[in-house]
Write a protein that binds this ligand. Structure first.
Ligand code: MF3
Ligand code: CO
Ligand code: CO
Length: 282
């Protein structure tokens, strides 16, 4: 399998001016978030709607996946779907990111920019969509196969989904946040997978990234206590080989140093009285 190479990026897509946009758009970066990581039921309800659109947008994009289709064409479908549903694609103009979703193929771990590269048979395709609607964000990612996927990639995909779900099931009020990374890393280790450390889950609410960090590896020093009403993502990135990575000169595309493949799943959650509810759901 040939390494992924950068391809041309199409001109920026427009969002109707009637759709409210996050304040960070086309600024160097967002303001630091000073609010709480615990949200009111009203905010959570708004996040359910943003999360629903973000989830359905991934499914619209995923339906496009087949050999010969460009990641730019997938971005176009996702962009239009989000705007048609009154949302703003949170990544568009975020710290200069040029597109409405991230498409990260094979050894690209995350933050891949949709471009004119046609998908190949056997590609492992991650689509990460965040939607800003009603003043809040919903953030999710899924991994798909293009055409016929090899067994090692299929296993990686299935086990990364399972790793995320184990992380979600570990969430309970009163526990420390470090329980999430512990269950994910211990599951990944069974298969000898790398657990990416440089990119993490995060608090999400009216801020895209609130400052709360959710590690996917075991770090007992993280003693933050999980509270009912907290909203954050769990988004493990697992690699077949080594987890160490570098960023392309485009300042975004993150790839494994050993070019081993990576899978990722992500959901936005709210902590309930006895567990977690997924907000990025249909
Ligand atoms: N959606 C990604 C996350 O899970 C963030 C993408 S930021 C971008 O946190 F600028 F790369 F799009
Ligand atoms: Co995220
Ligand atoms: Co995401």
């Amino acid at each position: 399998m040939n390494p992924i190479q950068p391809f041309p990026v199409s001109p920026r897509r427009l969002v109707p001016s009637s759709i409210p946009r996050p304040v960070y758009v086309d600024k160097p970066g967002p303001e630091i978030y000073h609010g709480s990581d615990v949200q009111t039921p009203e905010t959570v309800e708004k996040m359910r709607e943003a999360g629903r659109v973000a989830h359905l947008a991934i499914l619209e994009g995923a339906a496009m996946i087949q050999p010969g289709v460009t990641t730019d064409a997938i971005d176009a479908v996702i962009h239009d779907f989000i705007c048609d549903n009154g949302g703003y694609p949170s990544t568009l103009g975020y710290r200069g990111f040029p597109k409405s979703c991230c498409t990260s193929v094979n050894e690209v771990i995350c933050h891949g920019i949709p471009d004119m590269r046609p998908l190949d048979d056997g590609d492992l395709v991650k689509i990460d969509v965040t939607v800003f609607k009603n003043g809040v964000h919903g953030d999710n990612c899924m991994t798909f196969g293009c055409g016929t996927l090899d067994q090692a990639s299929t296993d990686l995909m299935d086990r990364t989904r399972e790793a995320m779900n184990r992380g979600i099931r570990a969430v309970k009020p009163g526990r420390q946040l470090n329980v999430i990374g512990r269950v994910i890393e211990s599951y990944a280790k069974r298969f000898g997978y790398g657990v990416v450390r440089d990119y993490t889950g995060h608090g999400v609410n009216e801020a895209f990234h609130s400052g709360l960090i959710v590690l996917h590896y075991d770090q007992p020093d993280v003693t933050t206590v999980i509270e009912e009403g907290m909203t954050f993502t769990i988004e493990p990135m697992l690699t077949i080989g080594d987890y160490h990575s570098h960023v392309w000169s485009d300042q975004w595309t993150v790839v494994t140093n050993d070019l081993s493949r990576c899978a990722q799943f992500e959901q936005t959650l709210v902590v309930t009285s006895d567990g977690a509810e997924i907000l990025t759901a249909p």
